[in-house]
Design a binder for this molecule. Structure first.
Ligand code: DOR
Ligand code: ZN
Length: 346
């Protein structure tokens, strides 16, 4: 039985760091274990230009605890008025690693997202030319589409036509939650990958709704039925390099989660590596954890693997979850529903 595991320091390919007091509180939780993270641009107002990304990166670096070697990889929020030249310039100076597409209204702070995809054609074509990945929140927002079907319908109505219209565009389907999403990624010959979150590997929709409503498990895309979770686990632990970790750790103060219209998001950053070690061990795939957390994403983004390593150890199980105090109020840490036997020790 393995009780100790040393792997390349991981990267988080989808992270919400927020800003101000929340940034200051949550950033150390990611910087402790992760070397790099792809930072989501859905601030209020969003990060839309190269200048916005530069300023946000400065704020993140200023909030880093002394001596932390954490690198934020920035993204731009795609709008219908995004300037292809600005995107290309930001990519050329390695200020940004990707552009993020939110269909308008899909999730937290996505009001400035894309309604008419013809209006972003020029940007997408330029991105295909320069090899800059498009990270996609893959859900349609049409009122007539059931929330549990929004990912599958997005693939058919939006993603497949968009990829056909823009050959060579490199796309990451973010936080895939369905068997259809996994199958779609597997069916693509190239230029397509997917991130999987920590929480979607652990919860299904019963965790949110059965026996009382549990707002801390509510996120977007919403967790689906168990058969989908099993498909996600199978993909994550398969060793297929098209699947890698993007936690989508998304902190909201409890007052905003525990409300009549509560915010979507699970704050998973603090215990993600411990939870993933548990999941991979259950699947008999501990030897594939490193690929998922530390190698596949770097390869897709054309970046070197981290030279540092981290060590996890299995010991006496301790309760998961808890609370992080922030300047915006307490934030509940994601509880996977099992105690944590694994921990990062160095
Ligand atoms: O659950 C989510 N929370 N999903 C998203 O797409 C956005 C995120 C957030 O920013 O809170
Ligand atoms: Zn997200």
């Amino acid at each position: 039985m393995t009780n100790r595991l040393t792997i390349t320091r991981p990267d988080d390919w989808h992270l919400h760091l927020r800003d101000g007091a929340m940034l200051a509180a949550v950033l150390p939780e990611s910087a402790r274990h992760f070397a790099r993270a792809l930072v989501m641009p859905n601030l209020v107002p969003p990060v839309v230009t190269g200048a916005d990304a530069r300023a946000y990166r400065e704020r993140i670096l200023a909030a880093l605890p002394e001596g932390t070697g954490f690198t934020p990889l920035m993204t731009l929020y795609l709008t219908e008025t995004t300037d292809p030249g600005d995107v290309a310039a930001a990519a050329a100076e390695e200020l940004i690693a990707a552009v993020k597409l939110y269909p308008a209204g899909a999730t937290t702070n996505s009001d400035s997202g894309v309604r008419d995809f013809d209006r972003v054609r020029g940007v997408l074509e330029r991105m295909a030319e320069i090899g800059l990945p498009l990270c996609v929140h893959g859900e349609v927002t049409d009122e007539d589409v059931d929330i549990f079907d929004r990912e599958a319908v997005f693939i058919e109505r939006v993603l497949e036509p968009l990829r056909r219209a823009t050959p060579g565009l490199r796309v990451v389907m973010e936080h895939v939650t369905t068997r259809e999403g996994i199958e779609y990624v597997r069916s693509a010959p190239r230029d397509l990958a997917a991130t999987l979150t920590t929480h979607h590997l652990v919860i299904n929709r019963n965790h949110i709704l059965a026996g009382g409503i549990r707002p801390h498990y509510y996120c977007l895309p919403v967790a689906k039925r168990e058969s989908h979770r099993l498909a996600l686990c199978e993909a994550a632990t398969s060793g297929d390099p098209r699947f890698f970790l993007g936690t989508d750790s998304a902190p909201h103060a409890d007052a905003r989660k525990l409300a009549p219209c509560g915010c979507a998001g699970c704050f998973t950053a603090p215990d993600t590596m411990a939870i993933l070690a548990h999941v991979f061990e259950e699947e008999g795939a501990l030897d594939r954890l490193e690929g998922f957390t530390s190698r596949h994403g770097a390869a897709f983004y054309g970046l070197p693997e981290n030279s540092e390593r981290i060590t996890l150890e299995k010991g006496e199980p301790v309760p998961a979850g808890g609370m992080l105090e922030t300047g915006e109020g307490p934030v509940t840490i994601f509880d996977p529903g099992f105690p944590l036997a694994w921990r990062v020790v160095e």
